[in-house]
Design a protein. Structure first.
Lengths: 99, 99
Protein backbone atom coordinates (compact mmCIF):
# COMPACT_ATOMS: atom_id res chain seq x y z
CA UNK A 1 0.00 0.00 0.00
CA UNK A 2 1.23 3.46 -0.87
CA UNK A 3 0.17 6.22 1.53
CA UNK A 4 0.07 9.95 0.90
CA UNK A 5 -0.08 12.23 3.94
CA UNK A 6 -0.40 15.99 3.55
CA UNK A 7 -1.01 18.85 5.96
CA UNK A 8 -2.16 22.38 5.29
CA UNK A 9 -1.71 25.45 7.43
CA UNK A 10 -3.89 28.36 6.38
CA UNK A 11 -3.27 32.06 6.45
CA UNK A 12 -4.55 33.93 9.49
CA UNK A 13 -7.24 35.63 7.43
CA UNK A 14 -8.92 32.37 6.39
CA UNK A 15 -12.62 32.29 7.26
CA UNK A 16 -14.72 29.47 8.70
CA UNK A 17 -16.50 29.23 5.35
CA UNK A 18 -13.24 28.86 3.46
CA UNK A 19 -12.07 26.11 5.83
CA UNK A 20 -15.43 24.37 5.46
CA UNK A 21 -15.02 24.48 1.68
CA UNK A 22 -11.71 22.66 2.08
CA UNK A 23 -13.33 19.89 4.12
CA UNK A 24 -16.28 19.62 1.72
CA UNK A 25 -13.94 19.54 -1.26
CA UNK A 26 -11.89 16.78 0.34
CA UNK A 27 -15.06 14.76 1.02
CA UNK A 28 -15.86 14.75 -2.70
CA UNK A 29 -12.47 13.49 -3.94
CA UNK A 30 -13.00 9.74 -3.25
CA UNK A 31 -16.10 9.80 -5.46
CA UNK A 32 -14.26 11.55 -8.26
CA UNK A 33 -10.95 9.67 -8.28
CA UNK A 34 -11.16 5.91 -8.58
CA UNK A 35 -7.55 5.30 -7.63
CA UNK A 36 -8.23 6.26 -4.00
CA UNK A 37 -8.43 3.09 -1.89
CA UNK A 38 -9.10 4.81 1.43
CA UNK A 39 -9.27 8.44 2.42
CA UNK A 40 -9.30 10.08 5.85
CA UNK A 41 -9.01 13.73 6.69
CA UNK A 42 -9.77 16.11 9.49
CA UNK A 43 -9.34 19.47 11.06
CA UNK A 44 -6.90 19.81 13.92
CA UNK A 45 -8.53 19.06 17.27
CA UNK A 46 -6.65 21.91 19.00
CA UNK A 47 -5.52 19.69 21.83
CA UNK A 48 -2.03 21.16 21.52
CA UNK A 49 -0.73 24.44 20.11
CA UNK A 50 1.33 25.08 17.00
CA UNK A 51 -0.25 22.47 14.76
CA UNK A 52 -1.19 22.59 11.11
CA UNK A 53 -4.90 23.07 10.38
CA UNK A 54 -5.93 20.11 8.24
CA UNK A 55 -4.45 16.67 7.47
CA UNK A 56 -5.26 14.16 4.74
CA UNK A 57 -4.27 10.47 4.87
CA UNK A 58 -4.92 8.83 1.50
CA UNK A 59 -4.09 5.23 0.55
CA UNK A 60 -3.42 3.88 -2.92
CA UNK A 61 -2.39 0.54 -4.37
CA UNK A 62 0.80 2.01 -5.81
CA UNK A 63 2.84 5.14 -6.26
CA UNK A 64 1.55 5.27 -9.83
CA UNK A 65 -2.03 5.46 -8.54
CA UNK A 66 -0.98 8.27 -6.19
CA UNK A 67 0.47 10.18 -9.14
CA UNK A 68 -2.79 9.74 -11.07
CA UNK A 69 -4.59 11.25 -8.06
CA UNK A 70 -2.10 14.10 -7.77
CA UNK A 71 -2.56 15.11 -11.39
CA UNK A 72 -6.29 14.32 -11.63
CA UNK A 73 -8.34 17.32 -12.86
CA UNK A 74 -10.74 17.04 -9.90
CA UNK A 75 -7.86 17.13 -7.45
CA UNK A 76 -6.12 19.96 -9.25
CA UNK A 77 -9.28 22.05 -9.30
CA UNK A 78 -9.87 21.44 -5.60
CA UNK A 79 -6.31 22.49 -4.76
CA UNK A 80 -6.29 25.59 -6.94
CA UNK A 81 -9.75 26.74 -5.82
CA UNK A 82 -10.06 25.72 -2.17
CA UNK A 83 -6.50 25.35 -0.85
CA UNK A 84 -3.90 27.49 -2.61
CA UNK A 85 -5.63 30.88 -2.14
CA UNK A 86 -5.51 30.42 1.66
CA UNK A 87 -2.38 28.31 2.07
CA UNK A 88 0.39 29.44 4.42
CA UNK A 89 2.34 26.15 4.62
CA UNK A 90 2.12 22.63 3.22
CA UNK A 91 3.87 19.51 4.51
CA UNK A 92 3.72 16.12 2.80
CA UNK A 93 5.19 12.61 2.91
CA UNK A 94 4.41 9.56 0.79
CA UNK A 95 5.54 6.18 2.04
CA UNK A 96 5.13 2.46 1.58
CA UNK A 97 2.76 1.48 4.41
CA UNK A 98 1.93 -2.03 5.54
CA UNK A 99 -1.66 -3.17 4.98
CA UNK B 1 -10.72 7.15 17.25
CA UNK B 2 -8.23 9.94 17.85
CA UNK B 3 -5.39 10.15 15.32
CA UNK B 4 -2.05 11.87 15.71
CA UNK B 5 -0.09 12.62 12.53
CA UNK B 6 3.37 14.14 12.70
CA UNK B 7 6.08 14.80 10.13
CA UNK B 8 9.75 15.52 10.62
CA UNK B 9 12.15 17.23 8.26
CA UNK B 10 15.78 16.76 9.19
CA UNK B 11 18.74 19.05 8.84
CA UNK B 12 20.86 18.61 5.73
CA UNK B 13 23.74 17.17 7.78
CA UNK B 14 21.72 14.23 9.12
CA UNK B 15 23.37 10.88 8.39
CA UNK B 16 21.84 7.61 7.23
CA UNK B 17 22.61 6.15 10.67
CA UNK B 18 20.81 8.97 12.43
CA UNK B 19 17.75 8.53 10.22
CA UNK B 20 17.83 4.78 10.83
CA UNK B 21 17.88 5.44 14.57
CA UNK B 22 14.67 7.46 14.17
CA UNK B 23 12.94 4.59 12.37
CA UNK B 24 14.21 2.03 14.90
CA UNK B 25 13.15 4.24 17.78
CA UNK B 26 9.67 4.62 16.29
CA UNK B 27 9.38 0.85 15.87
CA UNK B 28 9.88 0.39 19.62
CA UNK B 29 7.22 2.86 20.79
CA UNK B 30 4.16 0.56 20.38
CA UNK B 31 5.77 -1.99 22.70
CA UNK B 32 6.54 0.66 25.30
CA UNK B 33 3.31 2.66 25.32
CA UNK B 34 0.13 0.70 25.87
CA UNK B 35 -2.18 3.54 24.83
CA UNK B 36 -1.16 3.15 21.16
CA UNK B 37 -3.93 1.34 19.28
CA UNK B 38 -2.22 1.35 15.89
CA UNK B 39 1.00 2.85 14.66
CA UNK B 40 2.33 3.37 11.14
CA UNK B 41 5.37 5.31 10.05
CA UNK B 42 7.73 5.58 7.13
CA UNK B 43 10.42 7.45 5.33
CA UNK B 44 9.42 9.57 2.36
CA UNK B 45 9.43 7.56 -0.87
CA UNK B 46 10.97 10.45 -2.84
CA UNK B 47 8.36 10.20 -5.57
CA UNK B 48 8.00 13.98 -5.50
CA UNK B 49 10.33 16.77 -4.36
CA UNK B 50 10.03 19.08 -1.37
CA UNK B 51 8.56 16.61 1.09
CA UNK B 52 9.25 16.09 4.76
CA UNK B 53 11.47 13.10 5.59
CA UNK B 54 9.43 10.93 7.97
CA UNK B 55 5.76 10.65 8.90
CA UNK B 56 4.04 8.92 11.83
CA UNK B 57 0.32 8.05 11.89
CA UNK B 58 -0.70 6.92 15.39
CA UNK B 59 -4.21 6.01 16.52
CA UNK B 60 -5.57 6.18 20.05
CA UNK B 61 -8.93 5.58 21.68
CA UNK B 62 -9.13 9.18 22.89
CA UNK B 63 -7.31 12.50 23.06
CA UNK B 64 -6.44 11.65 26.66
CA UNK B 65 -4.62 8.52 25.49
CA UNK B 66 -2.75 10.61 22.93
CA UNK B 67 -1.65 12.98 25.69
CA UNK B 68 -0.41 10.03 27.77
CA UNK B 69 1.65 8.97 24.73
CA UNK B 70 2.96 12.49 24.16
CA UNK B 71 4.23 12.80 27.72
CA UNK B 72 5.32 9.16 28.16
CA UNK B 73 8.97 8.86 29.27
CA UNK B 74 9.74 6.43 26.43
CA UNK B 75 8.37 8.84 23.86
CA UNK B 76 10.09 11.84 25.42
CA UNK B 77 13.46 10.05 25.45
CA UNK B 78 13.04 9.00 21.83
CA UNK B 79 12.22 12.56 20.77
CA UNK B 80 15.03 14.20 22.74
CA UNK B 81 17.64 11.63 21.69
CA UNK B 82 16.75 10.65 18.12
CA UNK B 83 14.68 13.51 16.70
CA UNK B 84 15.39 16.93 18.20
CA UNK B 85 19.17 16.97 17.58
CA UNK B 86 18.56 16.62 13.82
CA UNK B 87 15.19 18.34 13.42
CA UNK B 88 14.79 21.16 10.90
CA UNK B 89 10.95 21.29 10.86
CA UNK B 90 8.02 19.53 12.49
CA UNK B 91 4.39 19.50 11.34
CA UNK B 92 1.54 17.88 13.28
CA UNK B 93 -2.23 17.51 13.34
CA UNK B 94 -4.45 15.51 15.69
CA UNK B 95 -8.02 14.82 14.61
CA UNK B 96 -11.07 12.72 15.33
CA UNK B 97 -10.92 9.99 12.67
CA UNK B 98 -13.63 7.53 11.80
CA UNK B 99 -12.91 3.88 12.59
Amino acid sequence: MFRHVVMFKFVYTVTAEQKLAVLEGLSRLPNEIGQIRSFSFGEDARVVDGNYDVVVVADFDSSDDYLVYASHPGHREFVSTCVLPFLASRAAVQYAASE
